[in-house]
Design a protein around this ligand. Structure first.
Ligand SMILES: [Zn+2]
Length: 140
């Protein structure tokens, strides 16, 4: 498996990463980035990250978590995955890879080795950037 873009990061590395991405390293951003990037690649929603903030005894509003996730995404630190209409899922691994979606848990798992056949020719002057594959799983 080669879909790892972030290894475990120290706070100094996180500050540098935020600064390099053009984001002021505020206390809240450092906290959120530490939870996001401090332990390897992962998938989160605003709700799951908000719960992690509470679990470490901090308080950041859900709206701030949500806005920060979008700021990180706009800065290229996260990739947003289109899974459901209601909840945005974010991936700390911004490389091109695909997912299993465990519908009963609302959880994503990285997969590789998907081959997509029969992709239509894009219109003149355009090329395929990448193809997002989400394979939805239910309990057998
Ligand atoms: Zn992923």
């Amino acid at each position: 498996m080669d879909c790892s873009s972030h290894n475990v990061m120290t706070e100094a590395e996180i500050r540098t990463m935020l600064a390099d991405a053009g984001l002021r390293p505020t206390r809240q951003r450092i906290l959120l980035a530490t939870l996001l990037f401090g332990k390897g690649d992962r998938h989160v929603t605003a709700e799951t990250l908000h719960a992690e903030v509470a679990a470490v005894g901090e308080h950041v509003s859900l709206a701030t978590v949500y806005n920060s996730l979008h700021q990180f995404k706009d800065a290229g630190l996260l990739r947003e995955l289109a899974i459901e209409g209601t909840k945005a899922h974010f991936d700390t691994n911004t490389s091109n890879h695909n997912h299993f979606y465990l519908e009963h848990e609302g959880k994503l798992m990285d997969i590789d080795g998907v081959r997509v056949d029969g992709v239509p020719e894009p219109p003149e002057g355009m090329r395929v950037s990448h193809i997002d594959v989400v394979i939805r799983l239910v309990k057998a």
